[in-house]
Design a protein around this ligand. Structure first.
Ligand code: GLN
Length: 271
């Protein structure tokens, strides 16, 4: 019997996490989920079956689904991602929520996203706050190319991309809100050698012996880049809340607090 869409999915599901088989087959066929379900009894062309099986095998071998499809949903956006960018995480959507609560919906503001990667944070904010001007920086030219594609695909003209480390390309400029999801894993943490992380750019993940090197330098430089009453929001590890709050207070921040993610773990500190 020739293979059908349903039978191919059934076999792949047994080897993958929930939802992954559908994402990979939809990608191979250039269709969406709804189409797959409506066409379950359609035969699967041998060439498509082969491409699907190759992707399933790579996934079983540990490659992240988002790198196999080249896409990842974040906020309301469908972003291009690749090995030059971190895969945006749901935790980071929490940071976007907290940022939007602090950016006026009905007036101009200046926002910075440090280490934008795929552009996730900057583009989500820019899409929700059309009157905001968002500047996004990244040290990696390859990541900025991905962010540029994503800005163009989303039709967002209120985002400006600049190459450089953290505040490097923002000399002398001040913002109403600065956000970032810098690398925050301790170098040598065994998690770096596991799961999706081992395929993602090390520079986007690890930051010194305690994981806080980049967060420390961002917090130290931030006051000179904030307008009076401005906010700094940084994502960090679930066990770094107290340390990041202490750094914020040392740098003179007020109203310092930590917000939790969907799993009720410390995830974003702000001041
Ligand atoms: N800002 C991007 C994101 O949140 C990239 C973060 C990073 O590379 N550390 O996905």
């Amino acid at each position: 019997m020739p293979e059908t869409i349903d039978s191919a999915l059934r076999q792949a599901r047994a080897r993958l996490a929930p939802g992954e088989a559908e994402l990979l087959l939809a990608h191979v066929l250039g269709r969406d989920h709804g189409w797959l379900y409506a066409h379950g009894t359609d035969p699967l062309a041998p060439a498509d079956a082969e491409r699907f099986e190759a992707l399933v095998a790579r996934r079983v071998g540990g490659e992240p689904v988002a790198y196999l499809t080249g896409r990842r949903g974040f906020w309301t956006l469908d972003l291009q991602v690749g090995p030059d960018t971190l895969i945006p995480r749901p935790e980071t959507e929490r940071l976007v929520e907290l940022a939007l609560e602090r950016i006026p919906a009905d007036g101009p503001s200046r926002v910075a996203d440090l280490g934008t990667g795929s552009g996730a944070i900057a583009l989500a904010i820019a899409s929700e706050r059309p009157q905001a001007r968002v500047v996004a920086t990244d040290a990696s030219p390859a990541a900025l190319e991905v962010a540029r594609t994503n800005a163009a695909e989303a039709g967002l003209a209120n985002v400006e991309l600049r190459q450089g480390d953290w505040f490097g390309p923002l000399a002398g400029e001040r913002f109403d809100l600065v956000a970032g999801n810098p690398p925050y894993i301790a170098a040598g943490d065994p998690h770096l050698a596991q799961g999706d992380l081992r395929h993602e750019p090390a520079a986007a993940l690890a930051s010194g012996p305690d994981g806080l090197d980049d967060i420390r330098s961002i917090i130290a430089a931030a006051p000179a880049h904030l307008r009076p009453g401005g906010w700094l929001l940084l994502e960090h590890g679930h066990d770094q809340g107290a340390a990041v709050r202490a750094l914020l207070r040392e740098a003179g921040f007020e109203e310092v607090e930590t917000a939790t993610d969907l799993e009720q773990r410390d995830r974003v500190s702000l001041g």
